[in-house]
Structure formats: C-alpha cells, structure tokens
Ligand binder design. Structure first.
Ligand SMILES: Nc1ncnc2c1ncn2[C@@H]1O[C@H](COP(=O)(O)OP(=O)(O)O)[C@@H](O)[C@H]1O
Ligand SMILES: [Mg+2]
Length: 267
C-alpha cells in the first residue's frame, strides 16, 4: 500500500478536493485506458471532517475513528465503508484536538509513529492510502508525515504572492524534514484561472522552484464550488465540469508517473 499525504500549510488551496478526487478516481479506474480500479483507503486527518462529510460518515457526537487510531496505534475496527466500490474511509472530527492533547501527555509511548504502525496492519488490503491533512503541523500531521511515502502539494496560485511561493518551497522542505524518506510526488496547481499574475506564478513554479509540478492543472469551475455546498465530490456532482475532467487527467498523469509501487510500498 502506498501512502500519499495531500498537504499544504495554507487553508483553502483544494487539499480536500484533491484528496477526495484522487481517491475516488483511483478507486474507480478508467475503462477507456483499461486501468482497473485500485483498492483505496481515504484517511481524513482534518478535525473539520470535510472529507468525512462528503462521504456521509461525519458524526460530531462521539470520538471519530482517526482519533482512536492516534490514541491506540491500531486501525482494526476504525475503517468505514463508503458507497463507492473499492473505497473505504477513516473519518475524523473535532475530537482530534482532545486526542492530540491526550497523546502529548503520554510520556511513556512514542507519539509520532502511531499512524505508521496502524496503517501497517492493513497494508495488504489496499493499494493506496490517501491522507487529507489540515493546514498545520499538529501531532496528527506529524503522524501522517512519518507514515507517508509520497507528498502531493495542491497550490491555488492566487493564494500566494510571488514571495509567498518562495515561502511555500521552504515549507515543503520543513514538512519533508519530518520524514526525509518521503518523496515529493509534486505540486498540483488547483482552482486555476488565467491571468497575467497566475501565469507568472505558474512559470516561476515550473522553472525556478526546484519542485516537480504536475503537467495537468485543475481549472476553476463553478460546479466544483457548488459541489462543496452539496457535500459532494466534483466528480460526483458534475462529471463534465472542467475541474472533474482535470482531476481525471491528473489522476491518469499520476498513475503513469507514480503508479508502479516500489517494493516497500507493496508491503
Ligand atoms: N477547481 C475548483 N474550482 C472552484 N472551486 C474550487 C476548486 N477547487 C476547490 N474549490 C473550492 O475551494 C474551497 C476550498 O477547497 P478545499 O478543498 O476545501 O480546500 P482545503 O482542503 O485546502 O481547505 C472549497 O469551497 C472548494 O469547493
Ligand atoms: Mg480541507
């Protein structure tokens, strides 16, 4: 099972939209390209629970499954089905804040590798685990980074000034320092609208940042925004929208480039 973290320390850059779209499209496969659906575990690691809400498994009343995993280091019993074939989910909610405090107080056991050992339990059952992260470096994000093989960084170019982009590259290195073995899969340009500034920012990213930037970028599309309102993924809400089409192309680009699992990821 390959573990992919979708991460960026800024909010509103389409981390959740990217994580759910990639998970759903990997699980679905692509008949035209004869790509079979993969077995995917989508891990909601954000206490806001937006990913969980999109799959109808959000419950704010009691401790969510992700919180139990970080507290115990065990995943059995903490995975929920979705309506989608090949796609399971670990839900999250605001109890994550309490869980983090609780494990920080636990000085006897290591705190940073609980996701890693938990995910190891199910590594034979899935091809991919995709973790949707919050925009901070809390203990749950550290746990995700320690477990992760590969990082995908969504960026919305208008969320950054050109200086901000340099800062982004520094942050990527900071995130990477938590697990130097994790590979940067790449930066994905999301919610893209053509303008002089967005094109200049794209050019800088592609030529000066030193990061791999995916060829596909995700267009801004009103339907993707509306999808959030109805708590649906862009692909489900409107498969013909620009964003849904672009996520499909991005998933195929991803599979072409990184779809072959390395030996340690197959375990
Ligand atoms: N391609 C897109 N076109 C239009 N709106 C988008 C697009 N991608 C994301 N959004 C909207 O931007 C907002 C933030 O996206 P989200 O995935 O929740 O970001 P994050 O998880 O990084 O906070 C949401 O309202 C979402 O619907
Ligand atoms: Mg989010």
């Amino acid at each position: 099972m390959k573990i992919i973290s979708v991460i960026n320390l800024k909010g509103g850059v389409a981390k959740t939209t990217t994580a759910v779209s990639l998970a759903e499209l990997l699980a679905e496969g692509d008949r035209r390209r004869k790509r079979k659906g993969s077995r995917v575990l989508l891990f909601d690691n954000d206490k806001q629970g937006n990913t969980s809400r999109m799959f109808g498994v959000y419950n704010g009343e009691r401790e969510a499954e992700a919180c139990r995993i970080i507290k115990t280091g065990r995943i059995t019993g903490n995975i929920r089905d979705t309506k989608e074939e090949n796609l399971d989910i670990v839900p999250c909610n605001y109890f994550m804040e309490l869980a983090e405090l609780e494990i920080k107080a636990d000085k006897e056991h290591a705190q940073h590798d609980r996701y890693k050992s938990a995910l190891h339990e199910v590594s034979g059952q899935y091809d991919y685990c995709i973790i949707d992260n919050p925009p901070d470096l809390g203990m749950n994000v550290i746990n995700a980074m320690v477990a992760t093989h590969e990082i995908i960084i969504p960026v919305r170019l208008d969320a950054y000034s050109l200086d901000g982009l340099e800062e982004l590259v520094e942050q990527i290195n900071q995130i990477r320092a938590l697990n130097p073995k994790a590979r940067i899969g790449g930066v994905l340009i999301t919610d893209f609208e053509k303008s002089d500034t967005s094109e200049a920012a794209e050019r800088w990213l592609r030529t000066k940042s030193g990061c791999h930037v995916f060829q596909c970028k995700i267009r801004h599309s009103k339907k993707a925004k509306d999808a959030t309102f109805y708590r649906q993924t862009p692909t489900h809400y409107s498969v013909r929208s620009g964003a849904a089409q672009d996520y499909k192309a991005f998933t195929e680009e991803y599979v072409q480039k990184f779809g072959h699992l390395a030996a340690e990821e197959r375990r």
